[in-house]
Design a protein around this ligand. Structure first.
Ligand code: AMP
Ligand code: ZN
Ligand code: ZN
Length: 289
């Protein structure tokens, strides 16, 4: 199958029209699409200081690469969680990416912050890890004067979490599936530049550019149900092309339905002083009690 230019196709684009693109035209297509999306949702400004937490995986690496290419002011951030095998492999790829795009990389070891690693955590390691990453990326960005945090979450991530929250009728969480979460209190603005970009396109982009990344999976990962949701959504998409987009854009149109008043006030954590829903924030509850 050939690209419109006559060269051999590198990737098949599935929606809105099926077409094949060569590497060069795919890179151009992808960058245009992401640029348009950033503008449409008013995600970022060129004068903002942006922190890009990178995991070692394709999505956050592609996010860092493209933001730099589009002329945004970014610095990279990585948390070494101390997970045997996985963390060493991730760290190696993170360093390679930083060198590849020649951007400052800040590395934090969980062990240096709390004296322990995810291996030592008692309880559900996967959810503890999520709490830990969200807290440390925000704290680092807040302490160092960043204006925004950009993560590598993609459309498939967002839709699978959304479906999960619908199946549980978690109204409070259903209000939060947005491409931009504005800053409040000591929380920085959070942006998902791949909010409307499907995962296979990001994978294609990372491969087309030979970006360094790892496909290593964390042995503690517990996202079984959302991995399933991703699979049915992609099956449905095959049968009814466009249905994932319909799900996403329909949500954006109807999101106000989930806009319920929070029944608590944010305050400062009594241990660390960061913004918290309760007396002690979830990070300090896990690591400092
Ligand atoms: P995950 O929770 O693994 O799905 O990752 C979500 C986002 O968090 C990624 O796209 C990255 O932007 C960021 N992230 C994940 N792991 C790390 C890490 N170890 N250090 C810094 N950022 C990370
Ligand atoms: Zn071409
Ligand atoms: Zn705290």
């Amino acid at each position: 199958m050939k690209c419109f230019c006559g060269k051999e196709g590198f990737i098949k684009i599935r929606y809105p029209k099926t077409k094949y693109l060569c590497k060069e035209h795919f890179i151009e297509f992808f960058e245009k699409k992401v640029k348009k999306s950033i503008e449409k949702f008013k995600m970022l400004d060129k004068d903002e200081k942006i922190l890009v937490p990178i995991s070692g995986g394709k999505d956050s690496h592609a996010a860092a690469y493209i933001l730099d290419k589009l002329g945004y002011n970014i610095e990279l951030f990585h948390i070494n969680l101390g997970i045997k095998g996985f963390s060493e492999e991730s760290l190696k790829k993170v360093k390679e990416l930083a060198e590849f795009i020649d951007k400052p990389l800040h590395i934090i070891n969980l062990k240096d912050v709390v004296g322990k690693t995810i291996e030592d955590a008692k309880g559900k390691k996967c959810s503890i890890c999520g709490i830990t990453k969200r807290y440390l990326m925000n704290k680092f960005g807040y302490d160092n004067g960043f204006d925004a945090i950009v993560t590598g979450h993609n459309m498939d991530d967002e839709l699978s979490f959304m479906l999960n929250n619908i199946l549980n009728w978690s109204i409070r969480y259903l209000a939060k599936h947005l491409p931009v979460l504005p800053a409040h209190d000591k929380f920085l603005k959070k942006v998902k530049i791949f909010y409307e970009i499907e995962e296979y396109l990001i994978l294609g982009y990372a491969n087309a550019l030979n970006l360094p990344y790892t496909t290593a999976k964390c042995k503690f990962a517990e996202k079984a149900i959302t991995i399933k949701h991703r699979e049915y959504l992609n099956k449905l998409e095959k049968e009814k092309p466009g249905i994932k987009y319909q799900f996403l854009y329909g949500y954006l149109k109807n999101r106000h339905l989930f806009d319920v008043e929070e029944d608590f006030k944010f305050r400062e954590c009594q241990i660390c002083g960061m913004t918290s829903a309760g007396r002690i924030c979830s990070f300090c509850r896990v690591w400092r009690r």
